[in-house]
Design a protein around this ligand. Sequence first.
Ligand SMILES: C[S@@+](CC[C@H](N)C(=O)[O-])C[C@H]1O[C@@H](n2cnc3c(N)ncnc32)[C@H](O)[C@@H]1O
Length: 381
Amino acid sequence: MSASEQGPKIKYGESAPKLDKAQLQFMKLIEEQNLDRVQKLKRIRRNNLLTAGALGVSVLAIYGYSIFSVQQEKFLDDFEEPKKMAQPSARVLQSGMRLPPMPTIRELVKLYRLQARKQLSQNFLMDERLTDKIRLLLVEKDPRFGETLQLLKECASPLNIQFDIHYDDILRFNMEQHIPDTSQRIHLIGNLPFAISTRLLINWLDDLAARRGAFRRIDTCMTLTFQQEVAERICAPVGGEQRCRLSVMSQVWTEPVMKFTIPGKAFVPKPQVDVGVVKLIPLKRPKTQLPFHLVERVVRHIFSMRQKYCRRGYGTLLPPEDREEVAQKLFERAEVQDTLRPFELTVEQCLRLAEVYSEHLVTRPDVAAYDYRAPKNAEVL
Ligand SMILES: C[S@@+](CC[C@H](N)C(=O)[O-])C[C@H]1O[C@@H](n2cnc3c(N)ncnc32)[C@H](O)[C@@H]1O
């Protein structure tokens, strides 16, 4: 025991009162009890040290094993064999026990003594009247996730986050019905199957152009996952190898930003490709007022012959009788060089070509229904 642990030394002076026999015996008893307590504490301390050591060794062993497993990609095998699930975890889940509720932000900040740091621009949102406004609306098609999602909902309840779960198809989900109030900001986040996220993006761009659904507010952002290659196409600049119809359509109404890539091996089961996370921020001033479907039709035709001059694909919007002549006039009116390749066209040039096509439909409404892929003798049949 160190000197500081022993406590202050008592000096008995001449004037100290003499103790009688009973008092001395009582003090002896107390001293014995104290000695006993010290021995007990020493034992507890030794046991604690042993337990801590054992735990430390276990943690290191688990950690080492995890690194080894991940390197060997064994974790995939483990996942495919649910029988190997740790017995205690399985017992907890099967017993229907719930995770403990999450503390509030105020409690967390207090518990961990997290003082806001100015240099990190930290400001904690403590006002529960405001945090109460955060609303999570979750759409999942597979009802098997019912219990797990309910568990998350319960954990979030102390944060007063409104957490609604819908078992539905996101492609048919009616945003206006489920989010009638537009006073709060909306952020659409999706980690959906690749085919769904591309279709969904087109649907949501259509909604954005018409300012409906989740886009009754112009500041509704989307953060979605795509196959890495598709994510790159969405963000591709003019002249880029990846530039395509999806790049132009996305960039007419939004500014797409490539946020990061998730390696395929982060998923179980592992997809064949990496995943790109793209945030699409709606433009405050859309580049056109033309209807989505008209722009989509024109851009689709332009890119239908990606390596040819853009007049080739654009020309297929027009019936063959006067195609060359009309196409030339429209290119002149749009002030776009007809020998550019589709991937060399800016969004603005694509939109000018859509505008002159739209004007052409005013005098020739029949052209709107023209489909160059339709069988030539369809009318005869
Ligand atoms: C790539 S998994 C992501 C799973 C999980 N959310 C995650 O991030 O790890 C895609 C999820 O989308 C769901 N899903 C697939 N098609 C859907 C649709 N049309 N509407 C809503 N959810 C869908 C699947 O059931 C699955 O849970």
